[in-house]
Design a binder for this molecule. Structure first.
Ligand code: MOS
Length: 721
């Protein structure tokens, strides 16, 4: 039975400062990099003048497009191989110097001359050039089921509105950093990455070298949220080029300001959504069209409207996504990509419909429950959304919901709102390797990485459980391409991906132990059948009697060097059944009627995500996700200066993120769910917590004030006008 109280096994390393993050990697003779950023939003670099920079004490070298031309062209290397400037802040030169201060001083002394072109710095400025991409994330950009237009014409009620979400930036606590060094033709790269193997493949392609000559290491990450991926690679590669030429280790760390421009963003969305209902509150039509920003050099579309295709039962659904290219930074997935902005629109509109129809918001959702995935026309592997509504309703006290605009606490107006969240459960291929030492300690190795979400612990715990070992006897190694290949850390799918690999590796280990014990005449278990043996409390035992012995004793006699095993599982090629996690989020807000201040007072969130490997980690992930959602709903907004293309206030004084003082009490309910179809019965958690709450907050604000705000983030000025 799983110990329900296991805390992070790497926690001590982190709180004592002994965990070595990429940017802290020690190296002798380390050189330091600083990026020179373009001061125009669109155009071409004419010339780079290094004469003044060379005079700065400590200057060593400078790398620019001329040097990066040595790299093979690809989407990853495009920005560093050419002179074209696509957005303001795009790196033009990497300066390396003997100290970080010298690098910054030399970078400031670099003179770049440009040929400036007209820049497009807003969606509105180029709306007529909007185009439809082939894909919105993993979904086709366009979908049509039935005839939504005809159904809207015939509907008893139509709720038709525009919803908007702002640009957000990921901002993990740890900024991106690399320390790299070459030894002959081989390179070691300690870098912040959500994918050590993906990073290695990108380097192998760009530098045209065998993957075996590249080692990518990422032992610990201070968060990722989607931005420690491909958009970081070109800047990391500039440091690698500098190291290759100087034959010295080179370190580059991005500034907080550069996290606004260089590693991706949540794209801005404008969503036109119409819902049609019959008189009983059954959805007859959903018509959801999204316009979003992408850059002039890359394409990315969140699957924002995808949620409208499957969350509710509806015979007539049309959705589309279009993109507008602007001279702004490139978007990339961020914290519940697609479902966070998509559920804001859909779940706000459902609330508006509930009010117009005079039906309780939960009852309206129950009436439209989807008993299968209507988009994929496939059954759910499991779906406990109704149990989530029930559990959340009870814990929050929803039945005591006051009338709209009626509740007060002193001066504060109080409002209650709710919304649904969901996130697809997916899985990648993974391998895992085990070494059981003669002293009974277990080493578990997998080349995935821990973003901070708890992968060390979840992996160690799954292996410990399978072999009946106490977690204290288990150590885990992650984040290194020398380990067996594991999944990238994204899409809330690491635990589900490594589970089958651990299951097979532990099964192989158990088979070896059984063979050993059965053939060992000195063992009390000698000669027994393997299927009568079981593992627990560090022992191997007979199921049919009291005989048993400690693994250490067995190994000391039969395998003094310990035992090894490995196992893996491929990702499924075809999904003919839909894995989806669900949740119901309930929020109480207070709004100051004079000042417009919004306080979130309490949140109850009921989630069903299959088997929970570690409830403490899961709770922490859910709360982290909800906090990210609160940031999106009330705080975070990245603003472009339309004249210059610069990010306005690219710092943590101006870009608001929720802090401890903004935090409500979180009541997290984990609904018991057994999923018979997904391996290990595991669904993802992080993203699930990040969606839904945006609409729940907007719905609660309406309930408190009677004001419907359809644009995120919701600000004071939206409530006092
Ligand atoms: Mo995530 S947005 O897949 O790190």
């Amino acid at each position: 039975m799983t110990d329900q109280t296991i805390t992070r096994i790497e926690g001590r390393l982190k709180v004592t400062g002994s965990a070595v993050f990429a940017g802290e990697t020690p190296a002798d003779g380390l050189l330091h990099g600083a990026l020179v950023e373009a001061s125009i939003a669109s155009g071409r670099v004419i010339d780079v003048d290094l004469s003044a920079a060379r005079q700065v004490a400590g200057f060593v070298d400078a790398i620019s497009y001329a040097d990066a031309e040595a790299l093979k062209p690809s989407a990853v290397t495009a920005l560093i191989r050419e002179r074209t400037v696509h957005f303001r802040g795009q790196p033009v030169v990497l300066v390396v110097a003997a100290s970080p201060a010298a690098a910054r001083a030399a970078a400031r002394a670099v003179r770049v001359s440009y040929e400036t072109a007209a820049a497009v710095t807003s969606i509105d400025a180029a709306l007529e050039k909007a185009y439809e991409p082939a894909m919105a994330s993993r979904y086709p950009a366009r979908s049509k089921r039935g005839d939504a237009q005809a159904a809207l014409q015939a509907a008893h009620l139509v709720v038709r509105n525009r919803y908007e979400t702002a640009v957000n930036n990921h901002h993990p606590m740890e900024p991106h950093a690399v320390v790299c060094f070459w030894s002959g033709d081989k390179v070691t790269v300690h870098t912040c990455t959500q994918a050590v193997f993906g990073t290695r493949a990108a380097i192998a392609h760009a530098f045209d070298m065998p993957a075996d000559d590249i080692r990518v290491v990422s032992r610990f990450l201070g968060g990722g949220f989607g931005c420690k991926g491909p958009l970081w690679w070109p800047w990391m590669m500039l440091a690698m080029l500098a190291s290759q030429r100087s034959r010295c280790p080179v370190r580059l760390e991005l500034t907080r300001g550069q996290l606004f421009t260089l590693v991706g963003r949540r794209q801005q969305t404008v969503q036109d959504l119409a819902l049609g209902f019959d008189a009983d509150g059954r959805l007859s039509a959903i018509d959801h069209h999204v316009t979003a920003q992408t850059s002039t050099h890359g394409e990315f579309a969140d699957s924002t409207a995808a949620v409208s295709r499957y969350l509710y039962a509806c015979p007539n659904v049309t959705t589309s996504h279009q993109l507008v290219r602007t001279n702004e930074p490139q978007p990339i997935p961020m914290r519940a990509p697609g479902t966070a902005p998509g559920t804001f629109a859909l779940e706000s509109a459902m609330d508006e419909a509930a009010i117009a129809l005079g039906i309780d918001p939960i009852e309206l959702r129950l009436r439209n429950f989807a008993d299968h995935d209507q988009d994929a026309n496939a059954p759910w592997t499991s779906n406990s959304l109704r149990e989530c509504y029930r559990a959340g309703t009870e814990r929050f006290g929803w039945s005591r919901r006051p009338a709209i605009g009626s509740a007060r606490d002193g001066l504060w107006r109080i409002g209650w709102g709710m919304a649904t969240t969901c996130y697809p459960a997916r899985r990648q291929g993974s391998r895992a390797r085990l070494h059981l030492a003669a002293d009974g300690s277990l080493l578990v190795q997998c080349g995935t990485q821990d973003m901070g979400s708890g992968t060390y612990t979840a992996l160690g715990q799954m292996a410990a459980d399978a072999l009946g070992l106490p977690i204290a006897h288990v150590s885990v190694e992650l984040g290194d391409t020398e380990l067996p290949e594991g999944p990238f850390s994204g899409g809330s799918q690491v635990t589900s991906s490594i589970a089958p690999a651990v299951e097979r590796a532990t099964a192989a280990m158990k088979a070896k132990l059984c063979a050993l014990v059965i053939g060992d005449q000195a063992s009390p278990l000698a000669g027994l059948a393997a299927d009568t043996l079981e593992f627990g409390d560090g022992m191997i035992r007979s199921r049919n009697g009291n005989a048993g012995e400690r693994l250490e004793a067995l190994l000391a006699r039969g395998a003094p060097d310990g035992l090894d095993s490995e196992g893996g599982a491929e990702a499924p090629k075809v999904w003919d059944i839909t894995g989806m996690g669900f949740g119901a989020i309930f929020v109480e807000v207070g709004v100051d009627p004079d000042l417009g201040e919004i306080r979130i007072r309490r949140v109850t969130a009921a989630f069903a995500a299959g088997r929970i490997v570690n409830p403490l980690l899961a709770r922490s992930q859910y709360i982290g996700g909800l906090i990210g959602g609160i940031g999106m709903a009330l705080h975070e907004k990245t603003v472009t200066d339309r004249a210059s293309g610069a990010i306005v206030g690219a710092n943590f004084a101006d870009y608001l993120v929720p802090v401890h003082a903004d935090m409500p009490a979180f009541d997290i309910v984990m609904v018991d769910e057994q999923d018979p179809h997904l391996p290990g019965g595991i669904k993802g958690i992080g993203m699930l917590g990040t969606g839904g709450i945006q609409a729940a907050i907007a719905n609660a604000i309406f309930h408190a004030t009677g004001k419907r705000v359809r644009r995120l983030p919701i600000r004071i000025e939206d409530l006092i006008s």
